[in-house]
Design a protein around this ligand. Structure first.
Ligand code: NAD
Ligand code: IPM
Ligand code: MN
Length: 351
């Protein structure tokens, strides 16, 4: 059956890395029909907004969406609702993809590329389950208030409902069954009510429906420290939107580079998933053709697995990436000299 994949390549290195994923889709020749649309800063420049209603409708009608990256200095002076990043938040909320899976695996041939010692990261395989459509990114009230006399107040609200916590926790518990059965939930229940509710709801769901899951709780600051002290203690880390953002970038360096980590954002069964590298638009290297396309290609693999009904092809794409790395293919972020398209070539050759 034909499946549809919408490509939203976005800004900066987004189009450069997404182009390599597009080559992989074509080479797989699996009847996946791709389309493209403007998004992010590219959308602002052409349409005045980062995400039009038409593009959101297209995203919701597709089987899967592969996003590149958004943002850049040219749009950073805009009010928040006119920024590329606001388009990404609106896309996530509009697609209702509340569970963000961010795997951090250390490929055997890259154990020396990590900033940690080889023995700490060899064989590392952590899965972050990050809540993606709630928390301080979306809470109200928000804004900048003028207090008079030159004083201003910036306001954001960290809030979660029990329903929002339970639905993402359920995703983590379901995934635990296919892994080691261990879930560590990270929050700040010691200082924030939303964190305390998080801990209570996660524990209650585990006790009521997932008694076989080995659940632990850890304060998020300690989690950040433990991730660099002894990362292999973790299997699944379940956490909120903001902590998940920060901890997954931290974990990227355990695996060698931010340019390697993919993600899948999923919602209710039968609805399309949103797939994206965890990295951003990398303005410092954009336009040079040197970005690592692995995170995008591995995100495509996650789309094949979770939304496009082709877990067999997902495994094939992941194996090709690993084989290219095993053969020594390295972009600059991994200490090599290959350009983005050369890395694409190396992966395509092993597909
Ligand atoms: P970034 O992730 O864009 O870059 C951080 C560092 O990692 C940079 O040195 C960059 O060169 C490097 N890097 C990132 N991806 C790489 C890749 N594939 N290959 C090689 N090196 C790579 O983060 P930033 O610089 O803090 O943010 C830049 C812009 O991107 C901001 O506007 C931010 O809002 C946006 N952003 C977007 C997303 C997204 O679209 N999902 C994610 C993060 C940041
Ligand atoms: C990410 C990014 C986004 C986030 C931004 C660009 C909205 O950092 O996907 O990790 O904070 O979620
Ligand atoms: Mn991030």
């Amino acid at each position: 059956m034909t499946k549809t994949l919408l490509l939203l390549s976005g800004d900066g290195i987004g189009p450069e890395v997404t182009a390599q994923s597009e080559r992989i889709v074509a080479a797989l020749d699996a009847g996946i029909v791709t389309s493209t649309a403007r998004f992010g800063g590219a959308g602002i420049d052409a349409d005045g907004v980062p995400l039009t209603d038409a593009v959101l409708a297209e995203a919701k009608a597709a089987d899967a969406v592969l996003m590149g990256a958004v943002g850049g200095p040219q749009w950073s002076g805009q009010p928040y609702d006119k920024r590329p990043e606001a388009g990404l938040l609106a896309l996530r909320a509009g697609m209702n993809v509340y569970a963000n899976l961010r795997p951090a695996r250390c490929f055997a041939s890259l154990a020396d590329a990590s900033s940690l010692k080889r023995e700490l990261v060899e064989g590392l395989d952590i899965l972050f389950v990050r809540e993606l459509t709630g928390g301080v990114y979306f809470g109200n009230p928000r804004g900048i208030e003028d207090l008079g006399g030159g004083e201003r107040r910036g306001v954001n609200t960290h809030s979660y409902t029990s329903g929002e916590i339970r639905r993402v926790a359920r995703v983590a518990f379901e995934l635990a069954a296919g892994r080691s059965g261990r879930v560590c939930s990270a929050e700040k229940s010691n200082v924030m009510e939303a964190g305390l509710l998080w801990r209570e709801e996660v524990q209650a769901l585990r006790d009521a429906e997932y008694p076989h899951v080995e659940l632990s709780h850890m304060l998020a600051d300690n989690t950040a420290m433990q991730l660099v002290k002894y990362p292999k203690q973790f299997d699944i880390i379940l956490t909120d939107n903001l902590f998940g953002d920060i901890l997954s970038d931290e974990a990227a360096m355990l695996t060698g580079s931010l340019g390697l980590l993919p993600s899948a954002a999923i919602g209710e069964a039968g609805t399309p998933g949103l797939y994206e590298p965890i990295h951003g638009s990398a303005p410092d290297i954009a336009g040079q053709g040197v970005a690592n396309p692995c995170a995008s290609i591995l995100s495509l693999a996650m789309a094949l697995r979770y939304s496009l009904g082709r877990p067999d092809l997902a495994t094939r794409v992941e194996a090709a990436v690993e084989a290219a790395l095993d053969a020594g293919a390295r972009t600059r972020d991994l200490g090599g000299t290959l350009g983005t398209a050369d890395m694409g070539d190396a992966i395509l050759a092993r597909l």
